[in-house]
Write a protein of this length. Structure first.
Length: 206
């Protein structure tokens, strides 16, 4: 009998047992988030400052749910990065399904936001309500990255709670391997949305 799991219920231990996924802690594995990025324009900085101010206004009126985070934080950043224009496409609530080899198990889920470039998966974005830890979305995001049909190239993802952001890189192969970036937090000094925006732009050009 086939067992069906929902991606929202998958744990890191499940991924280790079913896919042998491994965390890589060598900084050389995921250098894309540490590149030498060009400076932002004044207009880009002002736009990102307004997104930050809007976030702080929203958290005064809890609960701040996933849809609100997507609408108020993620969507404006994607707009500013030009991801609503060709050659990019954005899909929301994209259904995925993974069959686990040698087991009667299927994992199903829905990607919050999938960014494509000429039909190739560019970035998977998983948003969580503000009250959740970033860790709550890691196994779910990795599950989605494992379902990338173009498994010969690295897959990239972003987990955000609106106030915190972590990028993830997954390389599939005989043994899937992944690593994470530093956590960027909107409460830190300055505006770390600048960093998030720069990394998004860099990944889009890979």
């Amino acid at each position: 009998m086939v067992q069906t799991l929902q991606a929202t219920d998958v744990t890191l231990n499940d991924l280790i047992e079913k896919f042998d996924i491994q965390l890589v802690q060598d900084d050389r594995f995921f250098t894309e988030w540490q590149a030498d990025f060009p400076d932002l324009t004044n207009e880009e900085k002002q736009f990102l400052d307004r997104i930050k101010a809007g976030y702080f206004n929203l958290i005064n009126y809890p609960p701040l749910l996933e849809k609100s985070i997507q609408f108020a934080v993620v969507a404006p950043i994607l707009f500013l990065a030009g991801f609503y224009l060709p050659p990019y496409q954005i899909k929301t609530e994209k259904s995925i399904e993974i069959a686990v080899e040698d087991e009667d198990t299927i994992i199903r889920g829905q990607i919050d936001i999938l960014l494509l470039k000429e039909r190739v998966w560019l970035l998977v974005i998983e948003s969580k309500r503000a009250a959740f830890s970033i860790e709550a979305g890691l196994a779910q995001l990795l599950t989605y990255l494992l379902s990338n049909p173009n498994s010969t190239k690295p897959s990239y993802g972003l987990i955000t709670s609106g106030g915190s952001f972590i990028f993830v890189k997954l390389v599939q192969g005989k043994v899937p391997q992944y690593a994470t970036s530093n956590e960027f937090n909107i409460r830190n000094r300055g505006n770390q949305l600048y960093d998030v925006f720069k990394i998004l732009k860099h990944i889009s050009q890979l």
